[in-house]
Design a protein around this ligand. Structure first.
Ligand SMILES: Nc1ncnc2c1ncn2[C@@H]1O[C@H](COP(=O)(O)OP(=O)(O)OP(=O)(O)O)[C@@H](O)[C@H]1O
Length: 244
């Protein structure tokens, strides 16, 4: 049986400075899936993720999250989604617990459920012993865990991660990838990355964006029919550039 849809987008469009930076992007995400979003710098990955999470309004197209329309039912749609932006909104002077409680209140978690939500998010992100730490004093890997914890504190059905392992050392990358795998078991995940091995090891399906348009959508296995992940990515993006 096919897993239920958690997120779908049709024909997304976004301009920046009167220039189309995302055009005609449609996608679907099902429960338990990890979807990788690939593309060169400036391809439109972050803009697409910002639209999917309601952080940036789309100039065209529709988005549904867990059946709620992002334009007409933004509060309900946003309640079903958690977002780790490329530059996580961390308050460096705050303690981890205070920051996560602040994020929980923003997500309208009722007071009686705050302590439980905080404990669960910290446990999932390996932050049980870090609640009293000042965020700015944590390593980059632990700051990223805090960024992910704020994204999942309301236990969303969809988790969107924009370049979650950028700037981390190999051990930190391993830990964050293990966490993403775990998130993919319980929720659905969309992940933007430049790291092709990350896509190969974490994702069920892959989308490739180029100049704001989708040029590939398929399973890892379909992408890999063109050789290894790097060759496949370069072949698809270079063929498309030559045809343009
Ligand atoms: N705040 C902004 N104002 C104006 N233009 C922007 C803004 N943010 C992004 N852009 C432009 O929109 C286009 C898409 O950018 P976007 O950040 O979505 O791409 P990306 O694929 O995420 O790139 P990267 O991998 O470098 O993060 C680029 O041409 C970029 O210069």
């Amino acid at each position: 049986m096919t897993a239920p849809l958690t997120l779908s987008a049709q024909d997304l469009l976004r301009r920046r400075d009167h220039r189309l930076v995302v055009e005609g992007v449609s996608l679907e995400l099902r429960r338990g899936e990890v979807l990788g979003l690939l593309g060169h710098n400036g391809a439109g990955k972050s803009t697409t993720l910002q639209m999917l999470t309601g952080a940036l309004p789309a100039h065209g197209g529709q988005i549904q999250v867990c059946g709620f329309d992002m334009q007409h039912q933004p509060q309900q749609a946003k309640a079903c989604i958690g977002f780790l932006p490329e530059h996580p909104p961390l308050y460096r002077d705050m303690r981890v617990d205070d920051y996560l409680l602040f994020a929980a209140r923003l997500h309208r978690i009722p007071p009686a459920k705050l302590a439980g939500a905080l404990a669960l998010a910290k446990q999932r992100c390996g932050l049980q012993d870090s609640g009293n730490r000042i965020i700015g004093t944590l390593s980059k890997g632990y700051q990223q865990r805090v960024g992910i914890a704020q994204a999942i504190i309301h236990n969303p059905a969809v988790v969107v991660l924009d370049e979650p392992t950028v700037g981390l050392d190999p051990a930190q990358i391993r830990d964050i990838r293990a966490l993403i795998r775990e998130l993919g078991d319980s929720s659905s995940v969309i992940l933007s990355t430049h790291m092709l091995n990350e896509v190969e090891s974490l994702c069920d399906r892959v989308l490739i964006l180029q100049k704001g348009r989708l040029i590939f959508s398929g399973s890892n296995a379909e992408l890999l029919t063109n050789g290894n992940m790097e060759e496949a990515f370069l072949q698809i993006t270079e063929n498309q550039a030559a045809a343009a």
